[in-house]
Write a protein that binds this ligand. Structure first.
Ligand code: GDP
Ligand code: MN
Length: 386
């Protein structure tokens, strides 16, 4: 949400309007009474396009602030991007700035070019989608070589290409640099300032903030990971999250072969191999990167706990995930008394695969060599022909 994004902006030195977070109309009233002036009440929801959806209002005194806050809190904001709507639970109350010009600035990953790209247009604000559709040439791009990093000349080039009003020019390189620092340091998919405002008194300030971080990097920033209070959407997500997996690392399917793999790509490849061998996966479970024995043990229990699972295929291509940790987790799980006996097939390659194989061998278990071999074994075991 915007107020979280602005928290991150301040950490890297991007100027934002002063303000406060408010959860009730009484909070808004008290804040404006103590800080007389003109304020913007901004609905704190995940969806964009709040301005057009009626989620941004202006208040000139405490009574008006309280009344508008009462209208906003509890209101369901809707637009084409979010037809189901989202209820407003809290507001950001920010100093209303006098706008001379609204620009747009964002950084995202250009997957095709495998590089971060900075995007700028002088026509920022609420109609930026139309600008992108009708005047694509009004958007300036700069692809950054991630190894070489950011230099201020890039922002000067962008300001020139996008024809930013000269009032932006002095502050712009530092803001772009700070946004790039944020993008890299916190592992973002997207950072966006729309509008980046040039005020009538000549300062440049981030009036809005959008930051989309890659969940896979969040473990490096536990304070930010704790912001994520999104509730699991279904039982499978909840079961995965309960053992320490990410929201989308575990899903039940309708076959009979349990699948545990590291990485979503390998997980999907494993399901394909099972399909090719004439079977079907009972689930998809991605232990992620660098899983320790304890997570492997819990994942094993989760999958085997599903009564439809007739055989289990653990397919690990070790990188940061270590074969010995995986093997230890499997052996620990099988030593547990509360689990059903389910035929097991393991394929283990990469980091510490040899150590892992020794741990499995000591427990009386021999892994298979290849994914296809493992898939065929698992299908045969699930059908009870082997
Ligand atoms: P969004 O619609 O969800 O992207 O919300 P924004 O934070 O971008 O606000 C929408 C629009 O409200 C902006 O494009 C501005 O036109 C207007 N707005 C927001 N804050 C201010 C402010 O401090 N002063 C003025 N004059 N307009 C503002
Ligand atoms: Mn905006």
């Amino acid at each position: 949400m915007e107020y979280r994004g602005k928290d991150l902006f301040r950490r890297v030195g991007i100027p934002t309007p002063r303000g406060t977070f408010a959860a009730t109309p009484a909070d808004v009233r008290a804040f404006i009474a103590a800080n007389p002036g003109s304020w913007v009440l901004k609905s704190q929801v995940m969806m964009g396009g709040r301005g057009k959806a009626g989620g941004i209002r202006f208040a000139d005194d405490a009574a008006q602030g309280e009344a508008l806050a009462g209208e906003l809190i509890g209101k369901v904001l809707r637009n084409i991007q979010n037809p189901a709507g989202e209820e407003v639970k809290a507001l950001l109350v920010e100093e209303k700035v006098a706008i001379a010009s609204e620009a747009y600035l964002s950084i995202t990953v250009d997957r095709a070019k495998k590089s971060p790209v900075i995007m700028v247009t002088a026509q920022g604000g609420m109609d930026v989608e139309e600008v992108a559709a009708d005047h694509p040439d009004a958007i300036a791009y700069y692809w950054i070589d991630a190894a070489a990093g950011y230099s201020p000349y890039m922002a000067r080039q962008l300001a020139f290409d996008a024809k930013l009003p000269t009032g932006f020019h002095k502050a712009f390189p530092k803001i772009v640099g700070a946004l790039y620092e944020l993008f890299m340091k916190y592992g973002a998919n997207l950072v966006e300032i729309n509008p980046l405002v040039l005020t009538k008194d000549g300062s440049v300030i981030a009036s809005d903030a959008k930051v989309d971080l890659d969940d896979n990097g969040l473990y490096k920033h536990p304070d930010i990971a704790a912001w994520n209070t999104a509730a699991p959407a279904d039982e499978d997500q909840a079961a995965g999250v309960a053992i320490g997996l990410g929201m989308s690392n575990y899903a039940k399917l309708d076959g009979t072969i349990g699948v545990i793999a590291n990485g979503a790509g390998l997980g999907m490849g494993t399901m394909d191999a099972i399909r090719t061998a004439g079977g079907a996966a009972a689930n998809f479970l991605d232990i992620g990167g660098g899983a320790q024995a304890e997570l492997v043990r819990k994942s094993y229990s989760l999958v085997v706990g599903d009564p439809r699972v007739k055989a289990l295929f653990v397919n690990i291509f070790g990188g940061i995930t270590r074969g010995d940790q995986v093997a230890r987790g499997i052996v620990d799980a099988r030593a547990g008394h509360d689990l059903r006996e389910v035929p097991l097939v393991v394929r283990l390659t990469g980091t510490n695969a040899q150590e892992g194989r020794e741990i499995l061998a000591a427990a009386g278990y021999a892994p298979v060599e290849t994914m296809d071999e493992g898939a065929a074994r698992a299908v045969a075991l699930a059908q009870g022909t082997n």
